[in-house]
Write a protein that binds this ligand. Structure first.
Ligand SMILES: O=P(O)(O)OC[C@H]1O[C@H](OP(=O)(O)OP(=O)(O)O)[C@H](O)[C@@H]1O
Length: 206
């Protein structure tokens, strides 16, 4: 697995650098979750440097684990953004378009009143499809995505530009040792044997 490099000298960034792993094409958050002090430091670091916000959004699964402690630190509510419509079928939604398969993102109808300033917390990005869809979902609700906080920055440059040109602050605690454009793709940060991932509703567990 490609080594992670902390993006700052903060204890949270150091914890991501030393503990986060990729398994089967997905991040393994367990090495962080199992150490309360590390998780606390990670939440502190994710919550640092973000614009003022009214809600923290977290795409499942990673954002649902990481978002609530960040929301607690920012003293705002947390709202999950789920890939399964069954919980929030009347709420705002958007289509995720990604090379590994398309899917959907859904939020609770009451989570994003017009004018809401939202920050999104997630573990990492690959194609940027989830972030694109999250931006569209927030826009469709008449809210604004003012910030994104990630554990690992693999964001494709076109999606980064889409977000930052729209005024969204993007922060991350770590990045792969070699960056996209330095000869390694985001997929190269994952286990070599992970294969493609399938975001369809019937995907098998990875
Ligand atoms: O930039 P993208 O190509 O959209 O990929 C990023 C998304 O992929 C992961 O979620 P996923 O549902 O795949 O869960 P997993 O990787 O933890 O299985 C991750 O937590 C992001 O939400």
């Amino acid at each position: 697995m490609t080594r992670l490099v902390a993006a700052s000298a903060s204890p949270g960034a150091g914890a991501v650098e030393s503990r986060l792993q990729w398994r089967g094409g997905a991040t393994d958050l367990w090495p962080l979750l199992r150490v309360p002090a590390d998780m606390s430091a990670v939440a502190d670091a994710l919550a640092t440097g973000l614009p003022d916000a009214d809600v923290v959004l977290g795409p499942d699964p990673g954002g649902v684990l990481l978002g609530p402690p960040v929301a607690e630190r920012l003293r705002v509510p947390f709202a999950p953004v789920c890939r399964d419509r069954r919980f929030f079928f009347q709420g705002p939604h958007a289509t995720v378009t990604a090379p590994t398969g398309d899917g959907e993102l859904w939020a609770h109808a009451a989570a994003l009143p017009p004018g809401t300033r939202a920050v999104l917390v997630d573990d990492w990005t690959e194609s940027g499809g989830t972030l694109r869809a999250a931006r569209a979902l927030v826009d469709s609700a008449g809210a604004r995505l003012v910030g994104v906080a990630l554990l690992v920055d693999c964001l494709p440059e076109d999606v980064r530009r889409l977000l930052t040109d729209g005024g969204t602050v993007v922060r991350a605690l770590a990045r792969p040792e070699a960056r996209r454009g330095d000869g390694i793709s985001a997929a190269g940060a994952r286990d070599a044997d992970s294969g493609g991932r399938d975001r369809s509703p019937n995907r098998s567990a990875s």
